[in-house]
Design a protein around this ligand. Structure first.
Ligand SMILES: NC(=O)c1ccc[n+]([C@@H]2O[C@H](COP(=O)([O-])OP(=O)(O)OC[C@H]3O[C@@H](n4cnc5c(N)ncnc54)[C@H](O)[C@@H]3O)[C@@H](O)[C@H]2O)c1
Length: 241
């Protein structure tokens, strides 16, 4: 499988990249953190593709596809992992509109641009797997995380709409909604915000990178062929819908 992963240089995207490369899949790693991408290039080698791009720029999707076009005959999967929380632990009236916009530029618009770029290719192939990383915050809303919660609800909405549109083409478009998994993003949050989120998990623990990669690997497999527009749960029992 040839798979584009955004946000591949850290956290969930990096863990998924390492897992899929071990299984023999070819990955196009996209991230704006060039230092981290180069570190991964040293580890994984030249058989994979590396694109340094700021995904808030709509041209980043075109740049990525020009790299994959030159090397790959197919793009079988796209995983949209890149994302930010923006400012947290603040009330709605304290949220700055610049921060709100920035969160939407990466969490929502970047996914829109990436899907728009790969869908014509996948449609020609009559096969594709798109997996958008949403969040429990998009289903339940996390107090103190207005922009993030709204952006992840938008990811779930885009996934539902696009999943239905392409349902007869061999392409599935799904999302995954994790609760809390220890990554650099979570480590950077205020302790009070992390406690608020983990206290709500019935299993009373964080999810693991392994739990994330195995669920996503299934969602990307050819066998996961009768599920589209769906948001897979990864919340230790917090969301049971
Ligand atoms: N970790 C969790 O508990 C958790 C829970 C729910 C959802 N998520 C979602 O999972 C995804 C990955 O999160 P993570 O925890 O691995 O975070 P992370 O910070 O470890 O990784 C995010 C990656 O995205 C990249 N990125 C950010 N902005 C970018 C931009 N403008 N252009 C290109 N790349 C950019 C970063 O450089 C980084 O490599 C995010 O969408 C996040 O919202 C995470």
């Amino acid at each position: 499988m040839n798979c584009i992963i955004t946000g591949a240089a850290s956290g969930l995207g990096e863990a998924l990249t390492l897992h899929l490369t071990k299984l023999g899949h070819k990955i196009c790693l996209v991230d704006h953190n060039d230092t981290a991408l180069q570190r991964l290039r040293k580890k994984l080698g030249g058989e994979h593709l590396y694109v340094t791009a700021d995904l808030t720029n709509p041209d980043a999707a075109k740049k990525t596809l020009s790299v994959t076009d030159a090397k790959w005959s197919t793009v079988d999967a796209l995983v949209n992992c890149a994302g930010i929380t923006g400012q947290t632990n603040r009330l709605t009236n304290e949220v700055e509109s610049e921060d709100f916009e920035q969160v939407f530029r990466i969490n929502v618009f970047a996914i829109f641009h990436m899907m728009k770029a790969v869908l014509p290719i996948m449609k020609k192939q009559q096969f594709g797997r798109i997996l958008n990383v949403a969040s429990i915050a998009g289903k339940d809303g996390n107090a103190g995380m207005l922009a993030y919660s709204a952006s992840k609800a938008a990811v779930i909405g885009m996934t539902k709409a696009a999943g239905k549109e392409y349902a007869e083409t061999g392409i599935t478009i799904n999302a995954v909604a994790p609760a809390v998994i220890r990554t650099p993003m979570v480590a950077a949050l205020p302790k009070a915000q992390i406690k608020y989120m983990t206290d709500k998990i019935p299993m009373k623990r964080c999810g693991t990178l392994d739990e994330f990669v195995h669920l996503v690997t299934f969602a990307l497999s050819p066998e996961a062929s009768f599920t589209t527009g769906f948001t897979f749960d990864l919340s230790g029992g917090r969301a049971v819908y």
